[in-house]
Design a protein around this ligand. Structure first.
Ligand code: GLP
Length: 259
């Protein structure tokens, strides 16, 4: 796990954009996350595309997760969110932007089909991840199997509360069920890029980086992956014990090593 600590959330966004841009230039399959944390990264990628520095025209994209039961054109579906935040502003073909079908009559089957679609397309090259305050990745809440595949999950009440801000603060409007890539599915991506900012994530970041690998903190499963880049701002590292070491290791990283 490589830990990159930068001063603020803007620098998290530009550093994450550097990593994603390197993959996009190779026409790689991108795993996209929603939530507020990646928004700055997406803005930066759009900026680079508009300035002619970057193209996504050979890329395919897969979303991590989706609410079950919202109409597809509801502005809070992740289908709409990722188009609004990123993909409708860049040169990726819309039919190559995939997400789980939260409107399916049989969401369990839709989840299995999504898993097959990812496999058929050759897997995900780089997966962007954010972290929930309870350590969830995608919508894999604490106690999710570390071997789980794409499936239906029930949201933890804390996540419903956290996400109510996207539904005018009304928890009763937040869907309680979701389809999410499993932790095993996420670990199959060839490169994981985790971004976290702000004090509210400091506790979860500590459990992810320095805690034991445990289903109680789904993000701690990243410790089992061989290629993880964690990009954090100062506030998000407030509870880490080994900040000096991570800073030392990154500042001594040979340039040829890349991301
Ligand atoms: C949601 C998403 C996650 C995201 C998390 C944190 O639950 N399913 O993918 O990482 O929220 O979101 P935010 O970045 O808004 O804090």
């Amino acid at each position: 796990m490589e830990i990159i600590i930068v001063d603020n959330s803007d620098q998290v966004s530009t550093t994450a954009a550097d990593v994603i841009a390197a993959h996009a230039e190779l026409g790689h399959t991108l795993g996209l996350a929603t939530g507020s944390t990646p928004e700055g990264t997406y803005r930066e990628l759009i900026h680079r595309y508009r300035h002619g520095d970057l193209s996504f025209n050979r890329c395919t994209a897969f979303l991590l997760d989706e609410y079950v039961g919202l109409p597809k054109d509801h502005e809070q579906t992740y289908y709409c969110t990722i188009r609004r935040q990123l993909t409708s502003h860049i040169d990726i073909a819309d039919e190559r932007v995939h997400s789980p079908d939260g409107t399916a009559a049989h969401p369990g089957e839709a989840a299995e089909e999504y898993e097959r679609l990812i496999a058929r397309s050759g897997g995900i090259d780089v997966q962007i991840l954010g972290i929930g305050t309870d350590g969830h990745i995608g919508f894999n809440e604490p106690t999710s199997s570390l071997a789980s595949r794409t499936r239906i999950k029930t949201l933890h009440p804390d996540t419903v509360r956290d996400n109510a801000r996207f539904f005018e603060g009304d928890e009763s409007r937040v869907p309680h069920h979701v389809i999410t890539q499993g932790i095993g599915t996420i670990l199959d991506s060839r490169h994981l890029v985790m971004i976290a900012t702000g004090e509210s994530k400091a506790h979860a970041v500590r459990a992810m980086v320095e805690g034991p690998v445990s289903a109680m903190c789904p993000a701690s499963a990243l410790q089992l992956h061989q290629h993880v880049t964690v990009i954090l701002d100062r506030a998000a590292v407030a509870e880490l014990s080994n900040v000096d070491y991570y800073t030392y290791a990154f500042s001594h990283k040979p340039q040829w090593q890349g991301f």
